[in-house]
Design a protein around this ligand. Sequence first.
Ligand code: LLP
Length: 463
Amino acid sequence: MSRSAHPAGPRYADVLPEGHYSAPPADLNALDPKVWARTVGRDEHGVLTVGGIDVKQLAEEFGTPAYILDEADFRARARAWRTAFGSDADVFYAGKAFLSRAVVRWLHEEGLNLDVCSGGELATALSAGMPADRIAFHGNNKSPAEIERAVRAGVGRIVLDSFQEIVRVAHIAQSLGKRQRVQIRITVGVEAHTHEFIATAHEDQKFGIPLAGGQAAEAVRRALQLDGLEVIGIHSHIGSQIFDMSGFEVAAHRVVGLLREIRDEHGIELPEIDLGGGLGIAYTSDDDPREPHEIAKALTEIVTRECEAARLSTPRISVEPGRAIVGPTAFTLYEVGTVKPLEGLRTYVSVDGGMSDNIRTALYDAEYSVALASRSSDAEPMLCRVVGKHCESGDIVVRDAFLPGDLAPGDLIAVPATGAYCRSMASNYNHLLRPPVVAVDGGGARVIVRRETEEDLLRLDVG
Ligand code: LLP
């Protein structure tokens, strides 16, 4: 598509006082390494490149929209988590962030374990060769069929989420002549500083068994009596996109408190605690995430200190990062279809995807960054809203962003940090076809999840 001239959009200075966005960056072509995958850069023509391949080539070969994933970055982040926690702890990658068979193989090779939360995720993990004993099975309403499959497969742990599930898993395991290793998920009553929909340790929500009122202690009491279960530990996940470690500190304090109660009542020290995932990543330059080694050090110190105070031997710790591993490793590549300046407001930039490939902006008010990818530009910054092609005005990908004032149809733009919870939460709304995931590594690119086709859509429609 050729670049057509269009009237200049509003200048940021005209609208800035009313908005909640910050001023435009000094250089719109600059790529903040905090939000972009590690091998992303610009070539001598200003074209965005990843793993040595330019995005124009990727768009030509794989089409747009597409999630472009930097495999080397994924592996490096997985390894960094693994190394940071060392051999005294386990890192379970949270598959809900993004799961495919290639990802399972990378995790296996890098020595990570895997957390799954449905039969579909379990099937993906097993089909790609993840050893069952390195899989943890989560969920607040696992079906009996899912439980049976997990127990038969020999998953390393099932995380029990309710009183009913304690009995259900015990019966299924016993009927199969097995003793299933389980953790009990508790809610410690922490208000995580994050969006309500992704906070999970306050009491008024669906996950876990409350510590309050002795319910968690009662759950442990019941589980310990059941022959089909081997209770190996306590699990706590306080929420997602969290930067402040104080929530983990309170959670660890309370989990260790429960371990102490269990020791005092039953004379046993449970060998494991899992502190869940939830570590935040940078979606914009304003976010300051911590490095895995800092997180590992902080969590290990907290647990060790709490256990010393309770005179317990330190249990084996596990964590479940999802977003912190995959989130920063991918960006979504879109083609600009229309550029519509609205006088006195902002310029609406419509791309060839939208809320079907990234629901996070609509669902959580998530903030994203965006950059012109197919070229660099020295044009004046223009305040934009990047929107999709869905029949819905809430179909927003990036609420407030500055793009060069000469942006035009046919340009490619890239939205970074879309590796987590974008493809995995993608939908077919308006019968859009879900984009592919293209892994780039060492100068080569390959599809690891292919683009959906109209045949895929119609195959399900059997009416
Ligand atoms: N462990 C458990 C038990 C979880 O429930 C989750 C996320 C994780 C680990 C991984 O959390 P992460 O490290 O990825 O933050 N769709 C939302 C996030 C929902 C997270 C659900 N559970 C989003 O797009 O922000």
